[in-house]
Write a protein that binds this ligand. Structure first.
Ligand code: SAM
Length: 230
């Protein structure tokens, strides 16, 4: 009998944001596959959990998949965690899950924190229908992505690094116009902040105060914007 593969969500900042079940699973499994062992060790130490870790990140994923599948096939149970939030969401492990399913291995979610959902839940933007784009391509394909998003009626959710926030705001202005935008920064952490405004207002803000930390950018869908903001 194969073991079970658990996809375990961990906090996106505040260490209290982890479920009782996640803590139990992290204690009970035979092996934890994690992105950065130092990061996961910090979380485990905080909860006094001792368990075996193996690194599993974007650049060793392909090499590591057979090893993790092998452990599962020999009856071991494995938990996958990423550095923050839900594994597979703009994080590794999608290919591992796909392979586990192909091999008939049971894959179980242990849900919890996720930056995109936390951000939209406090954004005041429509949540009935939204599109999660993760990180837009940095160069090739970025312009095409913006052109497609210009007519999008659903709320758009993007992840962005602090270095690209100003560029992204300028691009929203260029391709989508002065749409209503919400920026959720450092959610669940000390400097948590949710700002809203037009791309030019937000750009002016971050030109004065250098963007720092982790960002989710939410953009109002076209139809909703035209109905409620014009
Ligand atoms: N797997 C994670 C999840 O479930 O949200 C996302 C991992 S992705 C590599 C990291 C990005 O998520 C950051 O660059 C940022 O865009 C967003 N993010 C993560 N934590 C955040 C936080 N506390 N506040 C705002 N955005 C966050």
């Amino acid at each position: 009998m194969s073991g079970t593969l658990y996809i375990v969500s961990t906090p996106i900042g505040n260490l209290e944001d982890i479920t009782q079940r996640a803590l139990r699973i992290l204690k009970e499994v035979d092996l934890i596959a994690c992105e950065d062992t130092r990061q996961t060790r910090k979380l485990l130490d905080h909860y006094q959990i001792k368990n075996q870790l193996t690194s599993f990140f974007e650049h060793n994923e392909i090499r590591k998949i057979p090893e993790v599948i092998g452990a599962l096939q020999s009856g071991k149970s494995v938990a996958v965690v990423s550095d923050s939030g839900t594994p597979t969401i703009s994080d590794p492990a999608f290919k591992l899950v796909r392979e586990a399913r192909t091999q008939g291995i049971t894959v179980v979610p242990v849900p919890g924190a996720n930056a995109a959902l936390a951000a939209i839940s406090v954004s005041g933007l429509p949540t009935d229908s939204f599109i999660f784009e993760g990180f837009l391509p940095h160069k090739k394909g970025r312009q095409t992505a913006w052109k497609k998003l210009a007519d999008e009626d659903r709320t758009i959710i993007l992840y962005e690094s602090p270095h690209r926030v100003l560029k992204t705001l300028a691009e929203i202005q260029e391709y989508l116009g002065e749409r209503h935008v919400v920026i959720a920064r450092e959610l669940t952490k000390k400097f948590e902040e949710v700002l809203q405004g037009t791309p030019s207002e937000l750009k002016a803000h971050f030109e004065k105060l250098e963007p720092r930390g982790e960002f989710v950018i939410l953009i109002t869908g076209k139809k909703y914007f035209e109905k409620h903001f014009k």
